[in-house]
Design a protein around this ligand. Structure first.
Ligand SMILES: Cc1cc2nc3c(=O)[nH]c(=O)nc-3n(C[C@H](O)[C@H](O)[C@H](O)COP(=O)(O)OP(=O)(O)OC[C@H]3O[C@@H](n4cnc5c(N)ncnc54)[C@H](O)[C@@H]3O)c2cc1C
Length: 524
């Protein structure tokens, strides 16, 4: 189909290639597992006129961009995969990043998503056109239009650069963990790493034995627990692949483990007291791993387990026993050409500076990663800033018709991302199928449904750990600028069930032409 209207918004960029001006029934932004999973569900439901756009030059999202030494999944692989495409051939119980990237390519190819991919293309903005009930989407390769727009652009995408004076002045090599430069040889170098979050926990033990000196700059210590990470040897893989039900049983056990390590302690802290026992175990583990009492003290978290995502690693803590590794907890004052200077005036001269400073996360202008304007040009980032983050079931926002987000506020409960993707894609495709069935070109969640959902989430969050005093020092990226933690305070099972059962009457479905439009009445 060619472009649907010649009334592009005034600020729309001109296409360099007229053939790039295309209309699609659905445009999906992001070719990580969210985009791939959504594409597979769309195809299954009979939607074929769609594209999946990504600025990367390959699919896989997180696992395409993050290739730092030691990168691996930190929940068991049996949970970190699609329920409909379970792989018995993972090399380990916690797969390395390269296998996840390969798994993404496998899913794309097996489920026929390849022809829908539009890579090396950045979505810059999207604007809803009420007159023609269509999204105008500006991309680095020109303008396209879509009836429906699905944001699957991830949350851990835009590297967060530290707000430290002089960070650009460093004369050695600086790299963010998510943009690792594999041409850099760390052997014999003085390396500094800023941050001790999930990526740092994997990088630090992997590079410590290669470098001359490794200085770790820590602001907030992370809870780190042992990881049941073991190779999946031949006979085990054989059994998983051949014995009926074996994969399902292992997956169930794995899901229960994941649920017990984050969603239950985080969201039901006041109801189910697993935290004190888990903290005692984690502290005992820390004691068994770190010999020097002073270093151990510095590595001891001063906030409750679950206030931020805990990490799992078998050699992170013991790496601090090494002679060539030092832990600095003094505040960084500035960075200059030679290295890092702390508030205590100590200099740390470096050859390489690694920024393990995470990503822009719960910022309204990072969700999505491009400017999005709904009805009457209303900017989503502005609306969210003024009204706090909210979205019905973490997916739809009133006044932003035909727009759906896989990772929206109160969508994710912190368990496996695949559980989120499957639930959200099920919800979105259910709405799109219904719109098709009733001939609706425009679909928007009702204000009433959105308000009801937000009220429910805020009411249920009182059991979450985030609101207990023990989280005051966590410095967790879960907190947004309004002090909210837009994580879903429910179990994973509840999210899955709701994605199949939410009342379709929570949406207004309108037929094609506004002048003849009517709200399709539905009974719940
Ligand atoms: C190092 C690391 C380890 C992780 N480990 C785990 C784990 O163990 N378990 C877990 O559950 N989760 C983990 N996560 C979270 C991880 O992000 C999710 O599991 C999952 O991969 C997210 O998939 P996604 O498709 O939603 O987003 P992503 O994988 O981030 O993919 C989003 C894609 O959208 C593209 N994109 C974004 N904006 C635009 C734009 N404007 N135009 C074009 N393209 C755009 C990006 O290039 C990217 O390819 C980890 C994240 C990181 C960074």
């Amino acid at each position: 189909m060619t472009v649907v209207s010649d009334t592009a918004p005034n600020d729309a960029p001109q296409n360099t290639d007229p053939d790039e001006t295309k209309h699609h029934e659905v445009v999906v932004v992001g070719a990580g597992f969210s985009g791939i999973g959504t594409a597979i569900k769309l195809k299954e439901a009979g939607f074929h006129d769609f594209v999946v756009i990504d600025e990367a030059d390959g699919p896989g999202g997180t696992w395409h961009w993050n290739t730092y030494p030691g990168v691996a999944v930190d929940i068991p692989s049996f949970s970190y995969q699609f329920s409909f495409e379970q792989r018995p051939t993972w090399s380990r119980s916690y797969a390395p990043g390269t296998e996840l990237k390969a798994y993404a390519a496998h899913c794309v190819s097996k489920y026929g998503v390849t022809e829908h991919l539009r890579l090396r293309t950045t979505v810059e903005s999207a604007r809803w056109d009420e007159d023609i009930e269509t999204w105008w989407i500006s991309t680095s390769k020109g303008l396209i239009t879509a009836r429906h727009l699905i944001s699957a652009n991830g949350i851990l995408v835009r590297p967060n650069m530290p707000d430290i004076a002089g960070v650009e002045d460093f004369a050695g090599l600086t790299m963010h963990t998510s943009r690792w430069d594999h041409d850099v040889d760390l052997r014999g170098k003085r390396v500094g790493i800023i941050g001790t979050g999930a990526s740092a926990v994997q990088v630090i033990p992997t590079i410590a034995s290669q470098v001359r000196d490794l200085t770790v700059f820590q602001r907030t210590p992370i809870w780190c627990m042992p990881k049941p990470d073991f190779p999946l040897v031949g006979p085990l893989r054989w059994s998983l692949g051949r014995l009926p039900g074996a994969l399902d049983i292992v997956r169930l056990v794995s899901q229960l483990f994941v649920e017990a390590t984050f969603p239950i302690p985080a969201h039901f802290d006041r109801l189910i007291r697993v935290r004190p026992g888990a903290e005692r175990l984690a502290l005992a583990y820390l004691k068994s791993q770190v010999r020097d009492p002073e270093t151990r003290e510095k590595l001891t978290p001063r906030y409750g387990l679950g206030c931020k995502r805990p990490s799992f690693h078998n050699s992170y803590l013991s790496t601090f026993n090494r002679e060539n590794v030092s832990l600095v907890t003094d505040r960084i004052d500035h960075i200059d050409a030679g290295g890092v200077v702390t508030g205590t005036d100590d200099r740390h001269d470096l050859d390489v500076l690694i920024l393990a400073t995470g990503f822009k996360v719960m910022d309204p202008d990072n969700m999505p990663t491009y400017d999005l304007a709904g009805e009457e040009g209303l900017l989503l980032s502005k609306w969210w800033s003024e009204n706090r983050l909210q979205a019905y079931e973490g997916i739809s926002i009133p006044r932003f018709p035909n727009f759906f987000s896989v990772f929206g506020p109160y969508g994710y409960n912190g368990s496996s991302y695949f559980a989120l993707i499957e639930a959200q894609a099920t919800h979105i495709v259910r709405v799109l199928k219904h719109a098709r069935r009733v001939g609706a070109n425009r679909v928007a969640v009702t204000q009433e449904a959105n308000d009801r959902f937000l009220e429910e989430m805020l009411r249920r969050r009182k059991h979450q750990i985030f609101w207990q005093e023990s989280c005051a020092n966590a410095n967790s990226y879960y907190f947004d600028k309004n002090g909210d933690v837009p994580l879903r305070p429910t179990t994973t099972l509840e999210s899955a069930i709701r994605s199949r059962r939410f009342p379709l009457s929570d949406y207004d479905f309108r037929t094609a032409n506004r002048s003849q439009s009517h709200v399709v009445r539905l009974t719940p």
